[in-house]
Write a protein that binds this ligand. Structure first.
Ligand code: GLN
Length: 757
């Protein structure tokens, strides 16, 4: 034992005592952080406290639940453990747990994906359980490859560690493919037959850069996949679940493993609970924990940490859950949608560092599904409530701004106004840092035996909202009034919303054709949300619109297009997209020279120039704009931040979010889309504060996903150009764009401008 170690240990003990007894705060992180500062080799020393070894759970979704379940299973099997149960999952949290808890047989830790590289080489755990990798906090992580490289590096540095991984996830399987460690694969052998969501995180094969296809897909990118061009495919499953049944009472399944078939069940009725259960089974089998002990732990598992936690408050059944990325959120929406009874649904989105400062991912959530739900009242909360409200508006949902108390005030007011709403369900879905305050408020209400903390003012406000009928009203089609209000702004009302894309309007007017190029490759941070905004802003004005999505390998006649859109993409996808776009270069150039409007974001914007760099490789661009993109370092050397621009296309400041490794330099005389006027954000490169580029009716920008949602003037500038083009193309008159009520969009814009100035 070194002197450093002793000092670190003493310092941590003192801090733990101080935090617990003086400050009355949990001591989950700080003691470990301090101790690691004093002794960076601390974890090597602490390893010995787990006498038989340790297990580390990593993955984007389900870490805390699965790890806590594992911990329970170890204990049910009579093994003593050290565990970071509260979810403090950086090196500091793991060190704190090791310092504070007594020596035990096993360490059972959850670890953040990017921190595994700092933890595993020291703990040299016996097992790493890898659950899944979804796009999450890309502002912290860059592109998803970076997380994979980091996890693979951690495993390579601890070659004795056995990797137990979800083989249904091509991103996890690729890691297993690359590392020298022994691996054990688990997955679901059959399709659960779930409805599919739009965005999946791995479209391309990481082995050969071909496209991935599926025999069946469960959700996100999970499923039975194979590459269309090489031999990469879902590996053989060592633990294969079959006969997966999801019913309101929970999930039942059978796992076929090396030692036979084992039936298992969990009271949690979600598809991801099925994955977590199979993962826990595969892992516990390695350490000789019986299925009976695991099952005992599953049955007794009571999440008190806000993950799928149930309450009964004032006769309202309440469900609280965490959702912090599109895949997790879409899974939560499925739970809400399964309940057709009257309900208040409250979403909370924060944008602190732990959540990811960039919230464009909310545009990748399929909120549209909720718009058709009867008897649903929606509340938007959290530090980015305004953005959420705008996102919901474009999904056809009118949301009230508020916190969890406002949600209860609404539930109460609705019940007072209408018998059917008495005791309605309340759903609260929150991202990372938004969860604890909601959790705490619900715990307090439960302890107080009723919805405490709801102010008179909130009740009066809610009663007002209900009186005005702007919260909910039954309407004939079973569609909630919340959606109807938004639709009501369109000529023709809700029927226009529901009309299939491409149909002529009653007047026989030709639709405005929006072409979304390569949405399967170029849609990194909710960029496709821009198309949604353009589409809806036409519909609300009664202008018929058709969106043509042109996937990889697809074709399109640009002579029929009135507006073209390209999003951003990870390097690999961007390169493949480049090849296809280069094959269309003449058509694209003719379209642009003919004043066709085009919006290109980030990776798509880079492709417009003469050339761009992919690592060391120079990739030719379309040459539509005189500019080029260089790269000073690796993909990890990125410009990532919020930014506010002054742009000639808008009288309001333009709010955006950038995240790119490439640095773009405009040729002589090429104008920017705007100038960065906030102290944060860089724009095209590190030097000149110019952001994006404009040429004829082309706008290229580094501003991701929410660009048009918070900057409606830019959206309307593009739409005006599209209407002019449609007029020139079809001989139809170009109508003036009728003004819309942009109060919510401008509130979201103003919120960010205020914060960033
Ligand atoms: N891959 C490109 C870069 O990092 C573009 C990324 C993006 O579209 N966000 O520069």
């Amino acid at each position: 034992m070194t002197v450093r170690y002793s000092v670190a240990k003493a310092a941590s003990a003192a801090t733990t005592w101080g935090l617990r007894h003086v400050a009355h705060r949990p001591a989950a992180n700080l003691p470990g952080k301090l101790a690691l500062k004093i002794d960076p080799a601390l974890l090597d020393e602490l390893r010995a406290k787990c006498v038989e070894g340790s297990v580390i759970t990593v993955g984007t979704n389900g870490k805390t639940s699965t790890n806590n379940l594992l911990a329970d299973a170890f204990q049910a099997a009579g093994r003593s453990i050290i565990c970071n149960r509260t979810g403090a999952n950086l090196a500091a949290g793991i060190a704190s747990a090791l310092l504070q808890q007594p020596r035990a047989q096993w360490g059972v830790f959850e670890c953040d994906e990017l921190w595994l590289a700092h933890v595993l080489p020291h703990l040299r755990s016996n097992y790493v359980l890898l659950l899944n990798l979804f796009r999450d906090q890309l502002d912290r992580c860059g592109e998803i490859d970076r997380i994979q490289t980091s996890i693979a590096g951690a495993l390579a540095a601890s070659p004795e560690t056995v990797l137990v991984y979800n083989a249904d996830d091509p991103l996890c399987a690729r890691i297993a493919d690359e590392v020298p460690n022994r691996t054990i694969a688990f997955g679901l052998a059959e399709s659960m037959g779930l409805p599919q969501n739009t965005v999946a995180d791995a479209q391309m094969c990481q082995k050969c850069d071909g496209m991935i296809a599926y025999r069946f897909r469960q959700y996100g990118q999970l499923g039975d996949y194979y590459c269309e061009s090489c031999d990469f495919a879902r590996p053989a499953l060592d633990y294969a679940a079959r006969d997966v049944r999801i019913a309101p009472a929970g999930v039942t399944l059978e796992v076929e493993g090396p030692d036979g078939t084992q039936p298992l069940s969990t009271p949690q009725a979600t598809p991801y609970a099925a994955y977590n259960l199979v993962a826990a089974y595969a892992l516990t089998q390695q350490v000789a924990i019986s299925a009976a002990d695991l099952q005992k732990a599953v049955r007794a598992f009571n999440p008190r940490n806000g993950r799928l936690q149930r309450y009964d408050i004032d006769g309202h059944p309440v469900l609280l859950n965490l959702a912090k990325n599109p895949t997790g959120f879409n899974q939560n929406l499925k739970i809400v949608e399964a309940d057709e009874a009257p309900k208040v649904v409250a979403f909370f989105i924060n944008d602190q560092v732990a959540d990811g400062r960039d919230i464009s991912w909310i545009w990748d959530i399929d909120f549209e599904e909720l718009a058709g739900q009867p008897n649903t009242v929606v509340v938007a909360g959290g530090s980015r409530a305004n953005d959420l409200q705008v996102r919901l508006k474009y999904a056809g949902i009118r949301a009230t701004l508020g916190d969890i108390h406002d949600a209860f005030a609404l539930a109460r007011a609705l019940g007072e106004a209408d018998e059917a709403w008495k005791g309605c369900g309340v759903y609260a879905i929150a991202n990372y840092t938004a969860l604890p305050p909601v959790h705490e408020a619900l715990d307090k209400m439960e302890a107080a035996g009723g919805a405490s903390g709801v102010s008179e003012e909130a009740v009066a406000r809610a009663a007002d909202t209900v009186r005005q009928g702007s919260a909910v009203r039954q309407c004939p089609g079973g569609v909630s009034h919340s959606a109807e209000v938004v639709r009501g702004e369109a000529e023709e009302g809700s029927t226009e919303m529901r009309r299939p894309s491409g149909a002529l309007s009653h007047s026989g007017e030709a639709p405005v054709v929006i072409v979304h190029l390569l949405p399967d490759l170029l849609n990194l941070y909710g960029d496709g949300g821009n198309v949604r905004v353009l589409e809806e802003r036409l519909r609300w004005r009664g202008v018929p619109v058709e969106v043509r999505r042109v996937p990889h390998g697809g074709t399109v006649n640009l002579a029929e297009a009135d507006l073209v859109f390209m999003g951003g993409g990870p390097d690999r996808e961007q390169k493949l997209a480049s090849e296809q776009l280069l094959a269309m270069a003449d058509d694209l150039s003719a379209y642009v020279e003919d004043d066709g409007p085009l919006l290109a974001i980030c990776g798509g914007y880079q492709i417009l120039g003469r050339q761009w760099l992919w690592g060391d490789e120079l990739v030719p661009g379309l040459g539509l704009i005189d500019m080029e993109t260089r790269r000073p370092g690796t993909s990890a050397d990125r410009l990532i931040d919020n930014m506010v621009l002054a742009s000639p296309l808008a009288s309001h400041p333009v709010v955006g979010y950038e995240n790119h490794a490439g640095r773009t330099y405009l040729g002589e005389g090429v104008e920017g889309f705007g100038r960065v006027v906030s102290s944060c954000g860089r724009g095209n490169n590190d030097d000149d504060r110019v952001e994006g580029a404009r040429y004829r009716n082309v706008v290229g920008t580094y501003s991701h996903g929410p660009l048009l949602s918070k900057n409606p003037e830019v959206a309307d500038w593009l739409l005006a150009r599209a209407l002019e083009r449609r007029a020139a193309r079809t001989g139809a008159p170009a109508p003036e764009l009728a003004p819309l009520d942009d109060a919510e969009e401008l509130a979201a814009n103003a919120h960010m401008v205020k914060r960033l100035s």
